[in-house]
Design a protein around this ligand. Structure first.
Ligand SMILES: *Cc1c(COP(=O)(O)O)cnc(C)c1O
Length: 392
């Protein structure tokens, strides 16, 4: 058998979407699916948001791309929006989440090296983390399934238990440069950091002059009901990686930093050909214009509360299948007694409902943030029907 034209790294299912309709996807064979996956937390405005479509169409017709050799009114505008709405003083735009995390890690190392502390390069990361698929970001994760076939990993990482502040404290040494943590782990199984843990990391970082880097590639951009999840913990990071939802479906990421943290990121130290081009900036601006409105965030919190209470009730009726509901905002997980993948497949193939498996035994729910009551109704009907005729 010869290799497929598409490099066969994804075990793709036979749902072949060709069209989006708000919170639904339509496949090549005409089937209609309720999309509670959103391209893995990407399509936060759904699939046919007019503001986003118009912004991309108009920018494509005006100016798609220029080099970062030139001034960028489009980039300045989006960077200003992010600076105004977050802890950050400065922003570097990328095309993906992994690149945003790479930039964050380089920023943290450059912070120390720009003041002569070349020995401070090590980044402490946490079990079950997911930071992307580049050599640097797989090295930042302790998940060996992402390492197999690609060793040797890059040096300079230490892994400790998530939510274990003592372990994080004990891992600090003369080489430590930073902590890198997802406040709400996505791929790892919708695991929420505790407030004590996040505040403790902040305190340790202050005490030892370490950079606190947050990976909010999945949980950021209004997903948790706040623009960024760190707001839920009463702390601010030094550096933050964002992507996925920020382009609403257009490939876009960003590394946000304080002025202090970005001190090593000077002329010529970093770059990207596409990063921050006018087309991407138009998409990002259209998303930010919508999600930063207080009534948008309130809608997310409101939908989250409704969905969550329905889910709590639902799992109470199925204690044989489910253990708990967890997560924040519209980034929720249903923890099962057994492996979640077969149930995700069952919901998809037999009930027209798209969800994502996470960790070992969690069904991840990442609906578009624009869902309404009717979508929650449809979701609960499909989920209940799916639980009733599921026989693993
Ligand atoms: C998806 C994800 C990434 C990687 O983003 P890509 O755009 O796939 O490179 C990094 N961190 C987290 C937390 C993610 O969920």
């Amino acid at each position: 058998m010869s290799i497929t034209p598409l490099m066969p790294v994804y075990p793709r299912c036979d749902v072949r979407p060709v069209r989006g309709d708000n919170c639904h996807l339509i496949s090549e064979d005409g089937r209609r699916f309720l999309d509670f996956a959103s391209g893995i937390a990407v399509n936060l405005l759904g699939h046919s948001n007019q503001g986003l479509i118009t912004a991309i169409q108009e920018q494509a017709a005006t100016l798609m791309h220029v080099s970062n050799l030139y001034g960028s009114p489009q980039g300045e505008r989006l960077a200003r929006q992010l600076v105004d709405h977050t802890f950050a003083d400065t922003v570097f735009f990328t095309n993906s989440g992994a690149e945003a995390v790479e930039t964050a890690m380089k920023t943290a190392r450059a912070y120390h090296q720009s003041q002569g502390s070349d020995e401070r390069f090590e980044i402490i990361t946490f079990n079950m983390a997911f930071h992307g698929r580049t050599m640097g970001t797989i090295s930042a994760s302790n998940q060996t399934k992402m390492h197999d076939g690609f060793r040797p990993l890059l040096p300079g990482f230490r892994y400790v238990e998530f939510n274990d502040l003592d372990a994080a404290r004990q891992a600090i040494g003369p080489h430590t440069a930073a902590f890198l943590v997802e406040p709400l782990q996505g791929e790892g199984g919708i695991r929420l950091a505790s407030k004590e843990f996040m505040q403790g990391l902040r305190d340790l970082a202050d005490e030892h002059d370490l950079m606190l880097i947050l990976d909010e590639v999945q949980c950021g951009v209004a997903r948790t009901g706040m623009l960024y999840a760190y707001e839920q913990f009463g702390i601010t990071p030094d550096i933050l990686a964002t992507a996925k939802g920020i382009g609403g479906g257009f490939p876009l990421g960003a590394c946000l930093a304080t002025q202090k943290a970005a001190r090593g990121m000077t002329f010529g130290t970093h770059g990207s050909t596409y990063g921050g081009n006018p087309l991407a900036m138009a998409a990002g601006t259209a998303v930010l214009d919508q999600v930063t409105k207080e009534d948008f965030l309130e809608h997310v919190r409101d939908m989250s509360a409704r969905l969550r209470s329905r889910l709590e009730q639902f799992i109470g009726n199925h204690p044989d299948l489910f253990i708990e509901v967890r997560g924040l905002g519209l980034m929720l997980g249903l923890q099962m007694h057994t492996e979640s993948r077969p149930f995700v497949v069952h919901l998809r193939d037999n009930h027209g409902l798209l969800t994502v498996a996470a960790g070992e035994n969690v069904v991840r729910l990442l609906p578009p943030l624009v869902i309404e009551d009717a979508h929650i109704e449809e979701f609960m009907e499909k989920l209940s029907a799916g639980a009733s005729d599921y026989h693993p």
